[in-house]
Design a protein around this ligand. Structure first.
Ligand code: AMP
Ligand code: MG
Length: 406
């Protein structure tokens, strides 16, 4: 059985080539740039006023109060103003171009306009360059403003609009298919027989993918039947990544691994020292990647976050798509059978200047209801059998961490 770290090494050394596509810039939100974007002009494109006030020559008002001639106005979008001469001021609005000759702006609050509007008294001096954003001070034409590999958020969309990058190259999102296996499974809108349960994994995994900005084709429930599995797997293998849940362990009716072999898949691992989720399987066929996740709901959820997310995130162009890790202080003693690294549900909160970790009760790796109370998992190291209250433990924050309320 390999360790979690070894499993990750295998996953990351089997990544196919990332693909690139060009999209309309607004559709790039949440994507990763596959090209560097340059400034197509200086920003600001002219010396720009930061305030509503008067453009002046700082030296003219050194001994303020000083009365100046109002030589005109500069407003945003109102054309380039005429040159300013000594003894003059130009009324100026936020975002408007500074007239040539002026070297500072005094705020309107520090001025008094004469009743006829011909002169303005500047009440206080300003330093040269004050309240002026020089041309190109935020971006110079030709320089890289968004490097390749940068993830696109709202500010990046604004930068693209600023420079007229209407279409941009981003990493393509991998196509993903999901199916779930088990004779006991029925869909959410069906009434299970006494020996049946409703399929929850397919919907949990689809939601986890959705959080990553990915959409999956859900191929349905597959019976524990080798031929049916084979057929469904062939159709799932048309996607870049196939995720299967259930049927991966060593039970009499766990056929997933057999079918992997029937189809000539290269099986890269079949067991990981992780709890929950030991029977996780990873395989590839050429460029296609296949994950066999255990059927127990928490096992499927946790192994997705630990193993599937790092792969899918990288295919999307992200450099470190892993869920954030941090440390916190354990609020209770906890026991475990050693041998596997355990990711156990916790409620983590900030208290008394530190992150506090409350281990949550969970009955088994099937207990998805218990897991709904968690906002993180804490890591129980595989060589330990006891963690003491007050110990500092490693945490893996769940995607809801920052929004979940108690
Ligand atoms: P398996 O990995 O097929 O041995 O399944 C392990 C456990 O997970 C069994 O109790 C299954 O009934 C349960 N299980 C398997 N698939 C699902 C699913 N899609 N939704 C909810 N529970 C499942
Ligand atoms: Mg099963």
């Amino acid at each position: 059985m390999i360790s979690v770290e070894e499993a990750l090494d295998i996953l990351l050394s089997n990544l196919p080539e990332r693909r690139i596509e060009e999209v309309q810039f607004q559709l790039a939100l949440g994507r990763v740039l596959a090209e560097s974007l340059v400034a197509t002009c200086d920003v600001p494109p002219f010396f720009r006023s930061a305030l509503d006030g008067y453009a002046v020559i700082a030296a003219d008002i050194e001994n303020a109060p000083v009365e100046l001639q109002v030589a005109g106005e500069s407003r945003a979008g109102g054309g380039m103003p005429a040159r300013l001469r000594a003894g003059e001021a130009v009324a100026i609005m936020t975002g408007a171009p500074i007239p040539e000759g002026a070297d500072a702006v005094q705020a309107v609050e520090q001025t008094l306009l004469s009743p006829d509007g011909q002169t303005v008294t500047i009440l206080k001096p300003v330093k040269a360059h004050e309240n002026i954003a020089p041309r190109g001070s935020e971006g110079k034409a030709g320089e890289i403003v968004l490097p390749s590999g940068h993830r696109v958020g709202p500010a990046e969309i604004a930068v693209m609009a600023t420079f007229g990058h209407s279409r941009v190259k981003v990493y393509r999102r991998p196509s993903v298919a999901i199916f779930t296996t088990g004779d006991e499974l029925v869909e959410h809108d069906q009434l299970p027989r006494p020996d049946q349960i409703r399929n929850s994994n397919a919907y949990c995994l689809s939601s986890q993918l959705q959080y990553m900005g990915l959409e999956a084709d859900y191929l349905g429930i597959v019976r524990d039947d080798r031929e049916e599995l084979r057929r469904k797997m062939l159709s799932g293998l048309e996607r870049d990544v196939l995720i299967i849940t259930g049927g991966v362990s060593m039970g009499e009716y766990d056929f997933v691994q057999d079918v992997f072999r029937d189809l000539g898949l290269e099986i890269l691992f079949t067991k990981v020292a992780i709890k929950p989720g030991k029977p996780t399987v990873f395989a590839r066929k050429g460029e296609r990647l296949i994950f066999g996740l255990p059927g127990n709901p928490i096992s499927a959820l946790v192994t997705f976050e630990c193993f599937v997310r790092p792969v899918l995130g990288r295919l999307c162009g992200m450099k470190s798509p892993e869920l954030p890790r941090m440390r916190g202080e354990l609020l209770a003693d906890v026991k475990q059978t050693p041998g596997r690294t355990a990711f156990l549900p916790a409620w983590v909160c900030w208290e008394d200047s530190g992150w506090k970790v409350e281990p949550l009760q969970w009955k088994s790796s099937a207990d998805i209801i218990g897991f709904t109370r968690a906002n993180a998992t804490y890591v129980f190291p595989k060589n330990r059998d006891f963690l003491h209250r007050g110990e500092i433990v490693e945490l893996m924050l769940l995607p809801d961490f920052f929004v979940r309320q108690r």
